[in-house]
Each structure stands twice: as C-alpha cells, then as structure tokens.
Design a protein around this ligand. Sequence first.
Ligand SMILES: [Zn+2]
Ligand SMILES: [Zn+2]
Length: 341
Amino acid sequence: MIQAMMTKPGEIIFREVDVPAVGPDQIKVKMKRIGVCGSDVHVYHGKHPFTSYPVVQGHEVSAEVVEVGENVTGFKPGDKVTIQPQVVCGKCYPCTHGLYNDCEVLKVMGFQTTGMASEYFVTEAAKALKLPDSISWDHGSMIEPLAVGVHAVRRYGDIKDKNVLVLGGGTIGNLVAQTAKAMGASKVLISEISEYRLEVAKKAGIETVNPFKKELKEAIHEFFGPDGADVIFECVGASETMNQAIEYARKGSHIIVVGVFEGLVNMNAALIQDHELTVAGTAMYRVEDFIKAIELTEAGLIEFDSLITNHVPFKEYQRAYQIIDEQKDKAMKVIIVMDEE
Ligand SMILES: [Zn+2]
Ligand SMILES: [Zn+2]
C-alpha cells in the first residue's frame, strides 16, 4: 500500500509499505478521508514542539472496515468508522483515573506515533467508533475536531442556558460554538477578526463580532446584557485573546483555554485572583466526547459544510499545505481524499 511520509518540514514523500497483519483484537480499515488541522500545519512548518521526523500524519479520519481480528465482535467489514488517535499507557495516574487523554506518556497518531495517512490502517478495535450511514465520509472525518469541541464544552460543565463567548472563529472555535449551541447554551457569540470566518460562523447560525470593528467589551454587553458571558472559550492561543478573556470575564466566571500557545503569555494574573476566575485547560477528548460528537452530527445539529473549504487527492497531499499557506484564513478544513467514493 502507499503511505505518505513527511521526511522533514515541508516535504512529503510517498512510499510503498506492507499492510500490517491484523491482530486478534484489531481491525483493518481502508482510509476514505483525512482532515488536515492546525497542529499538522505546525508539523509541516517544523514548529511542532513534540514531533520529530520522519512522521506519518493523519489523525482526523473516516474509513471503512475491511477486515476484523478473531476476537473483535463490534465491527464487520463494510462498517463506516472514525478512529481515536490517542495511544495511552493505561498505567499512569490520569490513565487509571479515567483521564486517559491526559496520559503522562500520551502519544498521538500523526505526531509521536504513526498516523493514518496510508491507503489502509490497522488499529485496535477499541479505538474505532462506528459511524451511522447518514454521516458522509467528509463529515466522518470532522468527528475528531468536533470531539475537541465537545470536550471543551464539557470542561465547563452544564452549558444549558448559559451565555457563551468564543474567542476565535477557526475550525475549533467554530465547532466549540456550535457544540455549545447544540448542547443548549442560551446565547453564543464568536469574536473573530477574519471577515471570512465570521461569514462561516454566521452560516452555522452563530452570532458574531469583529473586535477590530466594534469594541469587544461593548459588544459583550450589548449581546449578553450587563452580566456578560458565563464562560469564555479562548480558541486562538494568543496573548491578546487570553488577556481579552481575563479582562472581559465576569467576576466569578469561567475561562476555558482551548487554543494552543507558542511560547509564554504575559497576562494579568491579578485579575484571575481578584475576580475569582476559574481557568481550565482542555486537551483533546475521550471516547464519550466522540460518542456525543457522533450523536450531535447524526441529529443534524452541526453545520460542517461551510467549514470544509478544500479537497485534495491523496497523491497531492502536500498541496493541502500550499493551499493553507496561500489562502490563510480562507482555508479552514482541507480534506485529503483517500478514495474518491
Ligand atoms: Zn487535529
Ligand atoms: Zn497513561
């Protein structure tokens, strides 16, 4: 089979490798779609702090089961699946306390261990989740980023009837906002400086503000009323937005840090203390978040199509990154098409 391998930043080669044998608890899948995300772009540019080369990418996938191991009961050939890309130890404190996404020696496929950018992939059946037929291959590959949104929202708690401000309207910010809405939030507002991404948010039925055009503090009070938001999701990973979150959070409210930061942030920690803010991080997801993501998608509560801006055939993998570099904010989710079906 053909596998795409990034040999160094900016270079992807295709090589012929054997399809691994299927172990008793494993399944073999034929890849259909692979989404490219911001973390992949960091790897492409040689700026991912925890990835070395060569690396096989691919962690947002939809695939079809083609073979199952002798002990596998939950899957059969022809099933549509997505795959959780975390490889965890099962022994450390987080792993033994139900928090395996925080595994002390977490490896993620496509970063610290082999990703799924190959025609076929063999994985533990336990990492696969069945997708209903109503979910397309494209949307199936969006379940992983949606699970990030579900986990982020759950890190806050019960979002029902809450006022939600999302800073950043990229794919993850958009999906956090859509998840909050789908899970019953009262009002959801995205703050984003790209007019293109504001339009995409509007297509998903999310209210928006461009803080370059309207003072964010004013927009918050206008939209939510004088009490502002109950929770602010920082989905950019920049000191400006982190400081906006701290500054505009209502006293005693919550900030969930979703964005991935490069380097240190100079922030007004005094406000966290004095305003009694609860600041929580969120890292990837667990299986229950995938299940919820599939459920929300099946119920038609998530609008993916305006987020999917480009398709690239497998053989032109590298073009995905050229598109992202050239089109910047207008390239949101670029999907690698592994199989035209
Ligand atoms: Zn990703
Ligand atoms: Zn562990």
